[in-house]
Design a protein around this ligand. Structure first.
Ligand code: SAH
Ligand code: SF4
Ligand code: F3S
Length: 446
């Protein structure tokens, strides 16, 4: 029998790209294509096909891709049969430009074209350099086999919604992922069941604007809360999460679900970007700082121990020191348990890129101040967990001997040293220590 061909995928960007990379591996896998299929490898040197699944969200993300392609030149020179593909949001945004800038690239495929990968790969094999950046009418999901492959652990991502119609003035996502589309309820449930049958106990529902989900179901259209309630009835599925949400789409039934659905984990990632009403308006976010704070209060009424996580952009065009002070005031008010903060990066083709830019040194200085505050809040939240009993879903081995790492309800990484824990165990742990980005603890007997 011939040696199986090997596929190496390098993933950049958000969780949806992680999910997409898995689906690409499945679509190109031996289960789907038989002897023409690929097995995945963690070693690019041994690969016959290398795919870079790229992100376009900030400038650095794009430059990373081109420097990686630069490094791959050497591999390609040493192995002429090697094919290199660029997928993801840079592929969508740059298209043919990638082929021009980097002659080693054999195929380019945007996020809506992944079901065509086997065909694109054959064409690349014949020496064509195919580019697929169309937004086809049919759903790529229907045309892609889904299998939970061994070794992926007890937690899985599941895309339920893709694309975005919000057009925040800084963001490329509506251009790279297209208009907002929800997958039908039946398809989501079937995929969740397949994952659970494969040993998954925790599912994170993904969407660029996931709480805008409105999927067709047997009894009409379901909201995200409706979908979560359907998923909660699957035996063996113990935990449900969702990300990323927009404050404007935080519906009442979803807030309520945080109080009534025990499988829905006490974690909400709700980006606010800025605490200044003037900047929020220029960002086209569609809400005020006050409305966001009220929303958080309502979520906390439903689930008092919920961890709030957020995204922030500093140095958005025309941001003044007073605007930035409003962001610090909002952060002080909300108290975040987790956060992601970025210096504004002008993206070609987005409205904000044309406006008066803030001096990068000023943005960097503001970012440092904001991050200092957010880091303090994260530490406080973690310190508060010490002494508490939490449930942990264990996924992988830690660096130390006999150590396993899992995730708590609040998504904290928790390290426990105990030789009897297996991947997939959901166990009670008493937290004994807090490090900068993780907790440690001991199993609660019983
Ligand atoms: N779909 C998600 C994620 C968008 S990208 C959402 O709607 O929240 C993730 C984060 O990257 C954003 O929340 C924002 O904080 C940041 N981001 C997006 N575009 C950016 C830009 N041009 N410059 C800096 N940060 C940006
Ligand atoms: Fe981008 Fe999120 Fe705004 Fe959509 S809601 S445009 S994905 S930041
Ligand atoms: Fe990046 Fe595209 Fe995700 S731009 S953040 S990979 S949707």
């Amino acid at each position: 029998m011939a040696e199986p061909k090997r596929l190496y995928i390098k993933t950049y960007g958000c969780q949806m790209n992680v999910y997409d990379s898995q689906r690409m591996a499945e679509t190109l896998g031996e289960d789907a294509l038989g002897e023409h299929g690929y097995t995945e490898t963690a070693d690019p040197e041994s690969a016959d096909l290398i795919l870079l699944n790229t992100c376009h969200i900030r400038e650095k993300a794009v430059e990373k891709v081109y420097s990686e392609l630069g490094r791959l030149k050497r591999l390609k020179a040493a192995k002429p049969g090697l094919r290199i593909g660029v997928a993801g949001c840079v592929a969508q945004a740059e298209g043919a430009e990638i082929m021009r800038r980097q002659p080693i690239v054999d195929l380019v495929v945007g996020p809506q074209g992944y079901h065509d990968l086997p065909e694109l790969d054959s064409r690349a094999h014949r020496g064509e350099r195919p580019i697929q950046t169309e937004f086809p009418a049919e759903s790529k999901f229907d045309a892609m086999p889904r299998r939970h492959m061994a070794g992926r652990g007890p937690s899985a991502f599941l895309t339920v919604q893709e694309g975005c119609d919000r057009f925040c003035a800084f963001c490329v996502v509506p251009y790279t992922r297209g208009v907002e589309v929800s997958r039908p309820v039946k398809a989501v449930i079937a995929e969740a069941r397949a994952l659970v049958a494969g040993g998954v106990r925790e599912i994170t529902l993904l969407g660029q604007n996931v709480n805008a989900y409105h999927g067709t179901g047997a009894k009409g259209t379901l909201s995200l809360a409706g979908l979560i309630s359907e998923l909660a009835s699957i035996d063996g599925l113990d935990r449900i999460r969702y990300t990323t949400s927009h404050p404007k789409d935080m519906a009442y039934d979803l807030i309520e679900a945080h109080g009534t659905c025990p499988k829905l984990m006490p974690y909400l990632h709700l980006p606010v970007q800025s605490g200044s009403d003037r900047i929020l308006k220029r960002m086209n976010r569609g809400h005020t700082a006050e409305a966001y704070i009220r929303l958080i209060e309502r979520v906390r009424e439903a689930r008092p121990d919920i961890l709030i996580s957020g995204d922030f952009i500093v140095g958005f065009p025309e941001e003044t020191e007073a605007d930035f002070a409003d962001t610090l005031a909002l952060v002080d008010n909300v108290r975040y348990g987790q956060s992601y903060s970025f210096r504004y990066s002008a993206r070609p083709g987005t409205p904000a890129a044309e406006r008066r830019q803030v001096d990068p040194e000023i943005s960097s200085e503001r970012l440092a101040r904001l991050q200092a505050m957010l880091t303090r809040q994260q530490r406080d939240f973690q310190a508060d967990m010490v002494g508490r009993e939490v449930s942990v879903l264990f996924g992988r081995e830690g660096r130390r001997r006999n150590q396993m790492v899992g995730r708590s309800d609040h998504l904290h990484a928790v390290h426990v040293s105990n030789g009897h824990i297996a991947s997939g165990d959901l166990l009670k742990v008493r937290i004994t220590g807090s490090a900068p980005n993780s907790l440690s603890g001991a199993l609660v007997p019983g």
